[in-house]
Write a protein of this length. Structure first.
Length: 168
């Protein structure tokens, strides 16, 4: 397990862990991104967000979970659920990533991801892995544009997820 210093994740944004105190803010943020929830067949709810804050992959502890927000002043720009050391010690896992719907298409998401990858590489991670909703064209395009390659397809909760990985 590596210790991720949140200040190193971005040079442009203030990054901090998000907690249950942030659920109202997170709900408003996520509810604005209707395309994501339509594609994954879920409804944006307070319960879903509360669960996301504590959901862990098998064998991972809360100390390895960094559910963070990227802020410009007081405005939430992006959310990322970053897992340290999953599925192995050399891999970081992104469980969730969302850009403020008002800022999409401006390169901000790619810039944040690039900085995060640079820092993870400095920490000694060799790969980053994530799951892409197969039926979400926006997400598919974004992650492929940012260097992810699909390594397999899995069925998850009656949906199909593309497991994708990027060499750092």
């Amino acid at each position: 397990m590596k210790h991720i210093d949140l200040k190193q994740l971005s040079s442009d944004y203030h990054v901090r862990k998000l907690t249950t105190d942030d659920v109202d803010m997170l709900h408003a943020f996520c509810a604005g991104n209707t395309q994501y929830y339509e594609c994954c067949g879920k409804e944006c709810s307070m319960e879903l967000i509360e669960n996301d804050l504590v959901t862990l992959p098998p064998g991972i502890s809360m100390e390895q979970k960094y559910y963070v927000g990227f802020f410009e002043r007081s405005k939430l720009v992006a959310i990322m659920d970053l897992i340290d050391g999953y599925p192995n010690a050399q891999t970081a896992y992104i469980g969730f990533y969302m850009i403020n719907h008002e800022l999409q298409g401006q390169g901000i998401g790619t810039k944040i991801i690039s900085e995060v990858f640079h820092y993870l590489h400095q920490l000694g991670f060799t790969h980053c892995r994530l799951g892409i909703d197969r039926d979400n064209p926006q997400s598919n395009h974004f992650w492929k544009k940012n260097g992810f390659q699909v390594i397999r397809e899995v069925e998850y909760e009656s949906d199909f997820i593309l497991v994708a990985e990027k060499l750092l």
